[in-house]
Design a protein around this ligand. Structure first.
Ligand SMILES: [Zn+2]
Length: 106
């Protein structure tokens, strides 16, 4: 089931899910009008999962991972690009490969 993000429309500091929460809903479910935990008004937040994903890529990079996502035949987007690295990695062009010496130096 897809995850949907909600945010409280009113302050509700006692709610265990305040200020934002994610909940699994089937697509045909109506958007929630109130928080299932505290009953205060909430609204669905669109696009939040994508923001979270970009954040996650930063976390991967900071932990020393390299993440390549295939965008075309032999072409990969370097999602954990570090300074001096190309945004796109071309398998046929070794100069575009991530600089591993930088990653594994320490
Ligand atoms: Zn709540």
């Amino acid at each position: 089931m897809p995850l949907y993000s909600y945010t409280h429309d009113q302050e509700s500091p006692d709610c265990e899910r305040y200020p934002d929460f994610e909940i699994e809903q089937v697509a045909r479910d109506l958007p929630l009008g109130v928080c299932p935990w505290c009953g205060k008004p909430v609204r669905r937040v669109m696009g939040a999962p994508a923001i979270k994903k970009r954040h996650f890529d930063c976390e991967l990079r900071d932990k020393g991972f390299t993440k390549l996502v295939r965008v075309d035949d032999g072409i990969f987007e370097n999602k954990t690009r570090r300074p001096g690295e190309e945004k796109y990695v071309d398998r046929r062009k070794p100069e575009t490969l991530p600089i591993l010496e930088k990653t594994i130096r320490d």
